[in-house]
Design a protein around this ligand. Sequence first.
Ligand SMILES: Nc1nc2c(ncn2[C@@H]2O[C@H](COP(=O)(O)OP(=O)(O)O)[C@@H](O)[C@H]2O)c(=O)[nH]1
Ligand SMILES: [Mg+2]
Length: 611
Amino acid sequence: MIIATAGHVDHGKTSLVRALTGVDTDRLPEEKRRGMSIDLGFAYLGSIAFVDVPGHERFVRNMAAGVPGIDLALLVVAADDGPMPQTREHLAILEHLGAPRLLAVLTKVDRVSTERAAQAVDEVRDLVDGGRFSGAEILRVSSVTGEGMGALRERLAKLVDSVPPRASGQRFRMHVDRAFVIDGLGLVVTGTVASGVIAAGDEVQVLPAGRKARVRSLRANNGEAARAAAGQRCALALQGIARGQVERGDVVADAAPAPVSKHFDVEVSWLGAPIARPKAVGVHLGTAMLQARLSPYGRFARLAFPHGVTAWHGDRLLLRDPGTQRLIGAGVVVDPLPPERAAARRERIAGLSAEAAFDALLADGMVDAEWFEKVFHLPPRDAPGLVVFSVRGVRHVMCEERWRAQCDALERAVGEWHAAHPESIGPRPAEIGAPLVAMIDFLVDAGRLVREGPSLRVPQHRPVLSPQDEALWQKFAPLLKGDGAKPPRVHELAAQLALEPKAVTDFLQRAARAGRVHRVAPNRYFLPGTVERLVELAVSLDEESAHHGFGAAAYRDRSRLGRNLTIEVLEFLDEAGYTRRAGNLRRARRVSMEEKRPRWDARTSNPERGV
Ligand SMILES: Nc1nc2c(ncn2[C@@H]2O[C@H](COP(=O)(O)OP(=O)(O)O)[C@@H](O)[C@H]2O)c(=O)[nH]1
Ligand SMILES: [Mg+2]
């Protein structure tokens, strides 16, 4: 459990920590700087670590850096003074940065009358009850006489037991507060583990630069350890990275892809009057102090930085006025990789945990899995009920239920298009709202749709020609059978049927739309049965070559199509997806049953489940 002290200067924070732990945190910095200790400002009492730093400035920096790891804040108020300006400011910071609990401690009760102590308790009550820690307990103590210390110790011991384990499934990350070199050990970085677990031997990266390193050894909560977990103070000896390549303000994270962006979106709570127009601000993010330009919109703001910055959804930050140095607000990172317009997404995921945000986004439709993993720092998880597929090479996930509903809708849309265009073989995807390629593949694999070149149809659909065209077809069909594999050219058909070549071409184009013929070359139309035999020939030549591929000459010899027409036919087969060309050889592209993924096509999707 990590406890942070807060409160006005000289109100007795350090004395209180000393009375509880025997450690004087005011004397620590000098002693420890020399000894290269990992935990400046930390004093330990069993499993409780107290963070006690001197001065308002260091408090602010420390809060920004350490609050994800803080379990309890002690708001220290001297009984004689009562709440003072910094008491209020620290309380505001604690409220906005999301410290989970607060215990108020009235110190120096030995210095005042019982009446004054009671009055001071009322003042603290008034202060606290306005905000998020309404109803917080107020204990009275004296670090000098020891009065009330027993009760405080008891209270803390109870709280230790009631602190829930950190349940975040997120990956490892830690904001670096110090980096230094120890003889014989090399580069050491320290910080409070913000999420996840780290162990000796793990690969990490230093962000935003993205340099990779390995954990040689580590210390956690002041002792040698095999691993360190969220909430613990931690020192990592890193290997593979040099001094100067990591410094205070960097983030050490696991090696998974991480977000690095020059701008991100935050949800803001203003400490004073809201900022209404773009403004330069100072940003405390983790242990970094950054300059940014803030553009407000509604309860959100976009922060733009001169360099790439790493932040994850849910990270907290403090904003200050670069002129006056006063704190002006606190923020939570909503989207660290925002596209230009992301208002809807921002609204959806503001204020949600990573898991809840994922569910909310899934409820909207499909989620870019790569984006999700980066932004929420969650490892892939085995989530039944999710479908994983790829869209232009990028993995996406969707609820299985929604996937099924959309597949049904797509199948229906094709059927409705057939009803409206009975003469046509079927719609091109663009004509029915450009459905996902992965979804079309899935339906084709399942035998629910059939691909006809660039068009789609339901299996039972047969296009109908007009009565005139149907009559013409009766004349064309026998001629198109042609000589072996070779149908006559357009002008030969025109001569045989005593028609204008243009009329022949027009008719054959209508017949092609109806799926009666395939246009293989500008002057040659093939019957589907002929094309089927040409595909079969490609498949057997591919097999005979032991799948190394066959050349055009071999295809010409076997098909007896002649040189020019062979090239045209092979190019047609390539384009229609029946063959794939690599150099001078071609392979048949018919996917064998073993190669087929269990649920959808390997070309465009990935049956892996979960994000
Ligand atoms: N009488 C009395 N003096 C105290 C008590 N706690 C702190 N002090 C004194 O108040 C001064 C400031 O205390 P310190 O712990 O350094 O305050 P901090 O600035 O909040 O860390 C010191 O001179 C302490 O000896 C207390 O409970 N009773
Ligand atoms: Mg102090």
